[in-house]
Design a protein. Sequence first.
Length: 290
Amino acid sequence: MINRSSLIENKNMSKLTWFGVGGCSKYYFQPSSEQDLFSFLKDNNMNLPIYPLGAGSNIIIRDQGYDGIIIHFNKLKEIFIDKKGVITAYCGAMDADVARFARNHLRTGLEFLIGIPGTIGGGIKMNSGAYGSEIKKILIDVTAINKNGILKKFKVSDLKLDYRTNKLNDEWMFLKARFKSNIGSKDLIQKKMKEIIQSRKKSQPTGQKTGGSTFMNGKDFKAWQLIDASQCRGLKNGGAIISNKHCNFIINENNATATDIEALGEIVKEKVFKNTGKKLNWEIKIIGKK
């Protein structure tokens, strides 16, 4: 049987997302270990959808809440390295922490992770990339678990990672991943990471309630350029605003609701399509009841 003391009903999710908005999850579970997660899934007999949550950086949970189970992976964050320099990270580990771990062990190739605001699990799901690299360039394989507690290892080729997508069935939740790295100079690694941090601060609205890049780039366009050309920079809806610093970011400026933010995104999509004929697709994940 499920340990009911660890399963929270009607958990308010707003404080667990970077936007700081959203309703309640019908159930919320935060595993303290791999075994805790395994036991929960084996014992769970509720026929409800499950959504894995990491840092909450790239998600809108609608105001009406999520009618299922949100499993929060943030305590599953161990990182370690073997003698060959292969780095294993649990999927609740922050991308930036994995970059720092690699630096501290004199391993290069993972510096770009310092500029990605999220966890390893979300990074793999979206094939996150920045500053000239992306997850699929460093990923070896990932161990995933499904809602029945069955474990399976997938090679990077199995995932068919592409721009902000993977082809794995949504029944699988990422648990831990292995990454390749190379021997490097700590000073050079640190220098590159510092440059990435400075570049991000200059170009993006850091330190604000935002969800990262809002829309995906197309094969022949940058989302921000279309948004800017459609006079959407600084556009407001309720308490939400399109960032003046980088117009592919929405900011919760003044106690916005999830509805404010989603509606603002839809207004931008409509304006861009009307002005350019191009369709923008959300990069931010939106879950919950309308």
